[in-house]
Design a protein around this ligand. Structure first.
Ligand SMILES: Cc1cc2nc3c(=O)[nH]c(=O)nc-3n(C[C@H](O)[C@H](O)[C@H](O)COP(=O)(O)OP(=O)(O)OC[C@H]3O[C@@H](n4cnc5c(N)ncnc54)[C@H](O)[C@@H]3O)c2cc1C
Length: 346
């Protein structure tokens, strides 16, 4: 089999790159083994403001402008609703936080995204005495449905091999790569935290941050926006809410833990005052990098070998933007933003 690209990994990174390849009539095959869960378990939020310090997300306008049309096209292609436009509201815990919100609204890069009309909370089951601040241009992508349906689409079109990529079986050449029966012009690795097993890129500083989320059933809560306090509460419909998430540095497994559940519940109960039932708990490893920027670009010595990783905790917004950059870099001699180019670590 001859293709233009082998893509290893079908999370948000891999599938965004595949969409770029399809748009440009490039042939490809994807290899994925379901070993990483980050894209599947993600809360799926896109939000251009960091809600801890009220600072702008890097290149947020460009990221949103690239990502949202792609998700719209994917909704049509996969015949599923994926992108739910929903406001995100930050719960303030003091007058000082309110003031910081107003100051932030004057900062470059934040003006289009911050609503300076604060909301008075009138939900009896939410404790929010210092009002709520709304972020504009936010939403939730159903990443689980996206990944499942995308893999099915790939499989139906004979574009997916469901197995673990065997790095030892890769044969490298000046002008091509050969993997089992496949000869390709290029190979792109998009394995998320699985990159730690990749002999070609494993020394790059991908630290990985475990995250766990709960799903709860809370019939009285009736929230029609995403509430951000010490944890996010994300409405999913039918009185279900996702609550999360944790940021854990030591444990690099996808196993759910009682400690994380307790921590999430303790935080939730400080501001949600109704009864609820826990429906499930999930865990995954975010592919985080020390400097909080993606790891993208070419291998320092091997031709035709590329990396698409390091999407951290914001894969939904940033993946299509990075896919654009990487594709233009490979095919059109375009340049990568220096902040994301993995050569910064070589
Ligand atoms: C709890 C949690 C909540 C999150 N919430 C949000 C959020 O609300 N908004 C947001 O934008 N982001 C969120 N994120 C982050 C987001 O999920 C990541 O940025 C994104 O999923 C990373 O995508 P990826 O494709 O790089 O990696 P992954 O999703 O990890 O995908 C990598 C793929 O490669 C495959 N793979 C790996 N190694 C191999 C191999 N050797 N052979 C074959 N296949 C292989 C894996 O099976 C996997 O399918 C969250 C993450 C977590 C864990």
């Amino acid at each position: 089999m001859k293709v233009d690209y082998i893509v290893v990994g079908c999370g948000l990174a891999g599938l965004s790159f595949c969409e770029k390849l399809l748009e440009n009539n490039k042939s490809f095959i994807v290899i994925d083994n379901n070993s990483q869960q980050s894209s599947v378990v993600a809360g799926g939020l896109y939000n251009p403001v960091t809600l801890k310090r009220f600072t702008p997300v890097w290149k947020s306008e460009e990221q949103l402008a690239t990502a949202l049309p792609i998700y719209k096209l994917l909704e049509q292609k996969l015949n599923s609703t994926l992108d739910y436009k929903i406001p995100v509201k930050r719960r303030f815990t003091s007058l000082e936080e309110q003031n910081n919100w107003f100051s932030a609204s004057d900062k470059k890069g934040l003006k289009p995204f911050i609503n300076t009309d604060l909301f008075v909370n009138n939900n009896p089951y939410i404790d929010a005495n210092f009002k709520l601040g709304e972020v504009f241009q936010t939403g939730r992508l159903d990443t689980k449905k996206l990944i499942e349906n995308y893999k099915k689409w790939l499989s139906d079109n004979n574009l997916l091999i469901s197995e673990t990529f065997n790095y030892d079986a890769l044969i490298l050449d000046e002008s091509k790569v050969i993997y089992q029966h496949i000869t390709a012009k290029h190979i792109v690795f998009a394995e998320g935290f699985g990159m730690k097993q990749n002999p070609y890129f494993k020394d790059l500083p991908l630290s990985g941050t475990k995250g766990q989320l709960l799903t709860i059933h809370a019939p009285e809560l009736k929230l029609d926006y995403v509430l951000k306090s010490s944890v996010f509460v994300i409405p999913l419909g039918e009185d279900l809410y996702r609550v999360g998430s944790t940021y854990e540095q030591k444990d690099k497994t996808n196993t759910i833990t009682e400690d994380a559940k307790e921590m999430l519940l303790n935080k939730l109960k400080t501001f949600v005052k109704c009864d609820f039932e826990i429906i499930n708990q999930v865990a995954g490893i975010r592919p985080t990098v020390k400097d909080r920027k993606p790891l993208v670009g070419k291998h320092p010595t091997i031709p035709n070998m590329y990396l698409f990783n390091g999407l951290g905790s914001r894969g939904v917004m940033i993946a299509p933007y990075v896919a654009d950059q990487l594709f233009n870099f490979i095919e059109n001699n375009g340049s990568l933003d220096t902040e994301i180019d993995c050569s910064r670590f070589f």
